[in-house]
Design a protein around this ligand. Structure first.
Ligand SMILES: [Zn+2]
Ligand SMILES: [Zn+2]
Length: 554
C-alpha cells in the first residue's frame, strides 16, 4: 500500500466521521495525518512502528492504524463507519468538492441514499430549500454527479444523444458518399446504453477521421474498434463494405431475442451481403420494421398479422401534461410555463403541482390550490385559444387514498395520482395501493407507476398486468414519464396496455420550461412499445382532450 493510499484512507476516515458528527479534534488529527503522510518521502511500508510514531503529527494511535492498514489492508475504525453507511452515501463522500457537511444534510433531511436519487433531486430543484444550497451549488453538483455516473459505463440515452449526433454528423461530413449510421442499442433508442455505436459502410482506414474528431484511446476489437469521445463517453465504430451494409446494420441493430425469432421464421434464408436493409425485410416477406421495434418477437408477429403501426412522433403531441411551477417545486412561474408551451406550438398545458403531503416540494395546501385556479382562469382569458387545465400531481398516500378531500379533488380538471413516499413496499402492497388510487373516481392519469429512477433506484415491484387491468376498468390513462431518468411506465408494458385499450400519456414532468423538451425522450421510449398517436392521450387536440377528461365523470 502506497503512502498516498494510506493518506487517502485517513482523509476518508475524517470525512465519514464528520458525517456522524464525531469529535472535531479527532477528525482534525486524521485530516492532518492525510496532509503529513502524502508528503512523506519514505515509503511507510518500509518503516518501523517506532519510526512511524515519531513522525511529527502522527503519534501512537495513528501509527497503529497505519500498521493495521499495512498488515491487513483494512482499518477497523473505518470499517465500523462503513458498515453503517449506505454505499451511495459513501460514494457521495468520494465526489470532489462536495463534502461531508452537505452530504449530512442531504442524507438526514431528505433521506437520499444513492447518487442517482441525488441527481434526480437536483434536477427537481429539491436542494434549493436546504441550508447552504444555492442555484450555483446545485448546478455544480449536477455536473459532478453526471461525471460520476459517467465513470460507471452505463448511461441514460439522453446523456449520449447529443454527443452521438455530433460524432455522426462529423463522420458523415468527413466521409462523403459513404453510409454512416447509428447502430446497436443506440439506434434502437434503448433507455440505458453502454456506448455510442456507429456503422461505417467502408473498410478504408479511419485513423485520420477519428483523430480529427478528437476520439481517444482507440483499440481494435474483433469486429469494431472502441475508444472514447472528447467528453470521455465510450464510442464503438463498426465497419463493413458498402455491399454488406444492410446485412451488418440489421445484424448489429437487432436485440438478440428479436434476431433469434427472425431467423427461426426464415429457415435456410441467406441474409448476407445485402446492401440495403429494406431488402432484408422484402426477402423475409415482411414490411419494414423500424429499428426501435427490433427488441422482442411480438414486433415480427404484429408485422405479419396487422402490419407495422405508424409510430407516434414528437410532432403528434398536442398538449403538455404533468408540469410543475413555482407554486410547488418548479423553477418557472405558471404563466412562464404556459407561454412557453404556447410558443412551442402546443394547444394546452396541464399544470400539476405537488399536493399537500409533498411538503418537501412545497406541495399545495387547499387555499393555494384555489388561488392557483384563479390565476389559471385569468391566464386562460389572455392566452386563448391556448388553454391551461387545472391539474394536480396528487400524492397516493400510504393506504392508497388521495391527498385531498373530495370537495377539493372535485375542483381539478385532471388529477394525476403518483406515489412519492414510502417507496419500500412488496409487490402485493404496492399493487394494492396503486390500484386503490386508480379506482378513485377523481383519478384520470396514473403518474410514474413504479417510481423508478433509471440507473439508481429500481422502483417498487408492481404487478403491472393487474394495474393495467384496473386502469382499463376505470378509464384511467397511464403516464409514460418522459424524464430520461424515469421513462416509467416501462415501454415493455405498452403492448399490453394497448391491448386493453388503456391510453398512454407522454408526460414531461417538467420542473422548468426546458423540462418540457423531455417529451422527446418519452416519445422515443413509447415508440419501442409500438405506441401510435391514436392511443396516446396527449396526442389529442384540446377539444378531444376535454371530451376525454370529462368522460369519466359522466
Ligand atoms: Zn412525481
Ligand atoms: Zn411531477
Amino acid at each position: 500500500m502506497s503512502n498516498k493510499e494510506i493518506a487517502k484512507t485517513f482523509q476518508f476516515l475524517g470525512d465519514i466521521m464528520e458525517l456522524y458528527g464525531e469529535n472535531p479534534f479527532k477528525i482534525r488529527s486524521y485530516q492532518n495525518a492525510y496532509l503529513t503522510l502524502r508528503k512523506l518521502d519514505r515509503p511507510l511500508a518500509e518503516m518501523e512502528a517506532t519510526e512511524i510514531a515519531a513522525i511529527k503529527g502522527v503519534g501512537q494511535a495513528i501509527a497503529e492504524k497505519i500498521r493495521e492498514l499495512l498488515d491487513t489492508g483494512k482499518m477497523s475504525t473505518l470499517q465500523q463507519y462503513l458498515d453503517k453507511t449506505p454505499d451511495g452515501v459513501q460514494e457521495m463522500l468520494r465526489i470532489k468538492g462536495f463534502g461531508p457537511k452537505k452530504i449530512k444534510v442531504i442524507w438526514e433531511e431528505m433521506g437520499i441514499e444513492t447518487i442517482g436519487e441525488l441527481l434526480y433531486a437536483v434536477n427537481e430543484n429539491r436542494l434549493l430549500e436546504l441550508k447552504g444550497f444555492g442555484e450555483k451549488t446545485q448546478n455544480e453538483l449536477r455536473q459532478q454527479l453526471q461525471y460520476f455516473l459517467k465513470s460507471r459505463n452505463q448511461f441514460h440515452f439522453a446523456s449520449l444523444e447529443a454527443e452521438g449526433q455530433d460524432i455522426l454528423q462529423k463522420l458523415q461530413t468527413a466521409l462523403p458518399g459513404v453510409k454512416v449510421e447509428f447502430t446497436g442499442a443506440f439506434r434502437r433508442h434503448a433507455n440505458i446504453l453502454e456506448s455510442i455505436d456507429i456503422l461505417v459502410g467502408s473498410t478504408a482506414g479511419l485513423d485520420a477521421q477519428l483523430e480529427a474528431l478528437g476520439l481517444q484511446n482507440w483499440q481494435v476489437q474483433a469486429d469494431h474498434c472502441s475508444g472514447s469521445s472528447s467528453n470521455e463517453y465510450p464510442v464503438r465504430i463498426f465497419q463493413c463494405s458498402a455491399a454488406d451494409f444492410g446485412s451488418k446494420q440489421f445484424k448489429y441493430s437487432a436485440a438478440p431475442v428479436f434476431m433469434q425469432a427472425f431467423l427461426e421464421q426464415n429457415p435456410g434464408q441467406d441474409f448476407r451481403d445485402i446492401a440495403e436493409e429494406t431488402e432484408i425485410f422484402k426477402k423475409a416477406g415482411l414490411p419494414f420494421i423500424p429499428a426501435e421495434l427490433r427488441e422482442e418477437p411480438w414486433a415480427i408477429v404484429q408485422a405479419k398479422t396487422t402490419g407495422v403501426p405508424t409510430l407516434l412522433e414528437t410532432t403528434d403531441i398536442k398538449g403538455v401534461v404533468h408540469t410543475h411551477s413555482t407554486y410547488s417545486d418548479g423553477l418557472n412561474t405558471l404563466s412562464e410555463m404556459a407561454e412557453y408551451s404556447k410558443q412551442l406550438g402546443y394547444e394546452y398545458l396541464v399544470i400539476s403541482d405537488h399536493s399537500k403531503a409533498a411538503f418537501y416540494a412545497n406541495g399545495l395546501q387547499p387555499e393555494r390550490v384555489l388561488s392557483q385556479m384563479e390565476e389559471i382562469d385569468a391566464l386562460n382569458k389572455t392566452l386563448a385559444p391556448f388553454r391551461i387545465f387545472k391539474g394536480i400531481e396528487c400524492d397516493i398516500l400510504n393506504d392508497g387514498s388521495l391527498d385531498y378531500t373530495e370537495d377539493i379533488l372535485a375542483k381539478f380538471e385532471v388529477v394525476i395520482a403518483s406515489v412519492h413516499t414510502n417507496l419500500r413496499m412488496d409487490e402485493a402492497k404496492a399493487t394494492q395501493r396503486v390500484i386503490k388510487a386508480v379506482e378513485n373516481p377523481y383519478t384520470r392519469i396514473l403518474g410514474h407507476p413504479t417510481g423508478r429512477l433509471l440507473l439508481s433506484r429500481q422502483g417498487y415491484p408492481l404487478d403491472h398486468q393487474k394495474v393495467i387491468d384496473a386502469c382499463a376498468a376505470n378509464g384511467v390513462a397511464i403516464e409514460l414519464n418522459a424524464s430520461p431518468y424515469r421513462l416509467d411506465v416501462d415501454w415493455t408494458w405498452i403492448p399490453y396496455a394497448l391491448e386493453k385499450g388503456v391510453m398512454i400519456s407522454i408526460n414531461p414532468d417538467a420542473h422548468s420550461k426546458q423540462g418540457i423538451h423531455d417529451i422527446h425522450y418519452g416519445v422515443l421510449s413509447a415508440r419501442k412499445g409500438g405506441l401510435t398517436a391514436a392511443q396516446c392521450l396527449n396526442a389529442k387536440g384540446v377539444n378531444n382532450f376535454v371530451m376525454w377528461i370529462e368522460s369519466r365523470t359522466q
